[in-house]
Design a protein around this ligand. Structure first.
Ligand code: GLN
Length: 521
């Protein structure tokens, strides 16, 4: 173990304890051996944090849970096996820089689905993550005999590390639900911020073009959707980390401009000032909460509805007004999400060709070395896992001339409708629009279950077929609209496993959704 201590607080990271918890969860894929803490008095100096392994760190490899980044130049031997070398970034993502500047103690990198593609953290070269939650029915059962359930994905390692007590908080990424879903399955809090509030987006090209100082971040999956998110045991911890890493970054071209941020913040704050959220019996009488009817589909487990109803009763007893609303384009969100996400992924992942980036695979005996196509095909077949290959094919198809209008364009139309649905239901204006025309009779936040079920067993049918894709049905709409959404624990379902509820706000209302999350918690 190693420790850092200073006059006011002292943080001790018990490396041995973390590693033994890791044996049962497989949550972390590499471990820090020193603290790299730049600020012993910073707001994060009493926190230990894990970083999803698709976020660049200088002191630890970044694998994206893929075989593709092995053996790239800049690789260092992996701690677990000297024969494998992993890509290590020459710079830290901006979010990591902010964590370090705030004094956070980074304990290691967290397992995830390959390049963020998945809902159950089973698509990983490091193997699946096991949910550390202990259901009350199994309290006296030894770990080895308990049900092995998924921790959710794609930020499953981040969620499991927090839930198992290996760290206080973790960074994840959320493209279509990858922070909220694992948070819900593991019984912790997970925030997907408004799109553009936390710096993301890096392309490996930039490393080699020596533009390292102009852009920092996260390995791209689907740029128009990718957000860095925060997971933690309490809403308070999530808020502390979020406050430290949410800042305008001129290096990220998709970062929201300071003026837009300020406008959004002002609207959310003026609403917050009418609420009393900090006392032991909060007064929410000016809060209008929308319950979207489309978020209670037939696939939804009924005992989840019971848990959500309890949360609503509690909020209503604090004075909040509960208003049924309709977001009619919701049923199309999942299909639109998978067209857009795969299309963008097929373009983003084109760079791993074994020539510029990615591990080049040796050609089969007899293959014609003079044909570059052979090199690309071999490299991409050997380096990418099955799910990533499937998505590249689907995305490439959606972008072909024949399919473009019916798939990609159609999905963009659906995305626009989904945005309009949200905007016409909120009474807070969307600060990103020049003519926002908010609905004066609208709601301030929306509340719905985070997932249609509790964590599936790792040995069940739910982890294959269409099951994993269905898990995102509740989370994809807020991703398509770029809205802030937090999943907080809301009791247990009939099987004794955690249920999460999500609070979704207008763009830039991150503080508002966290405040209401805090009340629910
Ligand atoms: N489960 C979704 C997918 O597989 C979302 C993943 C994510 O948010 N990174 O694409």
């Amino acid at each position: 173990s190693f420790s850092t201590s200073h006059s006011r607080r002292s943080v001790i990271i018990h490396a041995g304890h973390v590693q033994s918890l890791n044996e049962s969860t497989n949550a972390l894929v590499s471990f820090s051996t020193e603290t790299h803490n730049l600020n012993f008095h910073g707001p994060l100096s009493n926190l230990t944090v894990a970083i999803k392994d698709n976020i660049c760190t200088m002191h630890l490899p970044t694998t994206c849970s893929s075989g593709m980044l092995r053996g790239m130049s800049n690789s260092v031997p992996r701690s677990r096996s000297n024969s494998i070398t992993e890509f290590t970034s020459p710079f830290d993502a901006t979010a990591v820089e902010f964590l370090k500047a705030g004094g956070a103690n980074i304990i290691g990198k967290a397992n995830c689905d390959e390049f963020g593609m998945g809902s159950l953290n089973v698509n990983s070269i490091h193997g699946p993550v096991v949910n550390p939650y202990q259901s009350p029915n199994e309290k006296s059962v030894p770990w080895a005999e308990r049900e092995r359930r998924s921790a959710g994905g794609s930020s499953g390692g981040s969620a499991a590390a927090v839930a198992a007590g290996m760290c206080d908080a973790a960074l994840g990424t959320d493209t279509g639900g990858s922070v909220r879903l694992p948070a819900s399955y593991c019984g912790i809090t997970g925030l997907k911020p408004s799109y553009g509030l936390i710096s993301r987006s890096v392309t490996f090209q930039l490393i080699f073009q020596k533009l390292m100082d102009s852009r920092w971040g996260v390995v791209s999956f689907a740029d128009s959707l990718d957000c860095v998110g925060v997971l933690g045991k309490s809403v308070d911890t999530v808020k502390t980390v979020f406050d430290s890493i949410s800042s305008y970054d001129p290096k990220d071209p998709t970062a929201a401009a300071p003026r837009t941020r300020d406008r959004a913040k002002a609207s959310a704050e003026s609403l917050l000032s009418t609420l009393d959220v900090n006392s032991s019996s909060p007064d929410l009488s000016s809060l209008r909460i929308g319950i979207p009817q489309e978020y209670f589909p037939f696939e939804l487990n009924t005992t989840i509805v019971t848990a959500v109803r309890k949360v609503l009763e509690r909020l209503s007893s604090l004075g909040a007004q509960l208003i049924p609303v309709s977001l009619p384009s919701t049923p199309y969100a999942l299909s639109a999400y998978y067209v857009i996400a795969t299309a963008e992924a097929s373009s983003n992942l084109a760079r791993y060709d074994g020539v510029q980036y990615g591990t080049r695979s040796p050609l089969l005996p007899g293959a014609d070395k003079s044909k570059p196509d052979n090199v690309y095909a071999h490299t991409r077949s050997a380096g990418f896992g099955a799910e990533v290959r499937k998505r590249i094919l689907l995305g490439t198809y959606a972008l072909t001339a024949d399919a473009f209008d019916n798939y990609f364009l159609q999905a963009q139309r659906v995305r626009q409708r989904i945005k309009t649905d949200f905007n016409s239901n909120f009474r807070i204006p969307n600060a990103q629009l020049s003519d926002p025309s908010p609905n004066p009779d609208g709601v301030d936040i929306l509340l719905h279950p985070s997932a249609i079920r509790t964590a599936p067993r790792l040995d069940s049918d739910a982890i294959s077929g269409l099951g994993p894709y269905l898990q995102d049905v509740m989370t994809a709409p807020a991703s398509l609209a770029g809205l802030p959404a937090v999943s907080v624990p809301a009791g247990l379902a009939a099987d004794g496993w955690p249920v999460g509820v999500s609070i979704v706000g207008q763009w830039g209302s991150d503080e508002l959704v966290l405040c209401i999350g805090n009340v629910i918690e």
